[in-house]
Design a protein around this ligand. Sequence first.
Ligand SMILES: C[S@@+](CC[C@H](N)C(=O)[O-])C[C@H]1O[C@@H](n2cnc3c(N)ncnc32)[C@H](O)[C@@H]1O
Length: 275
Amino acid sequence: MSQPSGVISLEQDTPELARAYEQAGIVQFHHGKFLIGPLALKAGEHVLDIGTGTGRLAEFVAGLVGPQGRVVGIDPLESRIEIARLRQSETLTFETGRAEDLSRFGDGEFDAVYLNSVLHWIAEKGRALREIHRVLKPGGRLGLNVQDPSRPHQSRQLLRAAIVQAGLGDAHRDSNPVLGVTDDKLKSLFTAAGFIDYRSDLRSLIDLHRDVDTVLRWSEASAFGNFLDGFSNAERDRVSTAFAELVEANRIPEGLRLERYLRFAFARKAPSSNS
Ligand SMILES: C[S@@+](CC[C@H](N)C(=O)[O-])C[C@H]1O[C@@H](n2cnc3c(N)ncnc32)[C@H](O)[C@@H]1O
């Protein structure tokens, strides 16, 4: 079912989109590793991966914390958790769940929490960050990356241009909203949730895609049904044709080169905090 514009739906994911994400999600895995390094995870630590998707990064993290450690991945999309569970082990488990409600976890259960390309999808960001603060141990670390609305991904800029070029700019003025959080907003959300030592930087990441179909499949799968939501099939075809032409202009010998921009942010819970 289509949503009012600007509202993210968790209801429109399908097993096909989940499988497509598992195939194409290697892109997300690579930039996820930039998130994990600064968290400086140690053997035996307990880690929560929020919005784990199909669990590829969580599996990598389980290797880092080793047999004495523990990694839990949660995601609201059942089809993605089903695939993630194929990676399950004694120290790596997956459950359906949302960032805004971590009530299944006790206070101070985790040494580190991370969200890889997830926060921009979360409606109640303040609530989610307060929950994360609660489940972290004193001194526990948080790392996340998030889209910055002042720097939309190149694919999103091209998609907006394709919508206009297809003559649908007026009919779908508010569709395909640019998601994300500015640095100032992010800093104030972190501070309001009780975090200290906030630091962030905006990075440019290069994705190489084989062809425009892989770009479209990736965009659909990573938006779990929210991509071109509200467009009829005929309108989608028109936009896809215009998009294909625009994307082709970015071809280099290795493939289609598209830049994405993500803000990486880190903070920690105060060592003496009792909450
Ligand atoms: C682009 S995917 C990233 C998946 C994974 N982190 C990775 O690195 O491949 C975004 C994920 O955020 C999840 N998500 C959306 N809203 C969420 C929420 N409120 N709480 C937790 N996860 C959420 C989606 O279900 C989706 O799996």
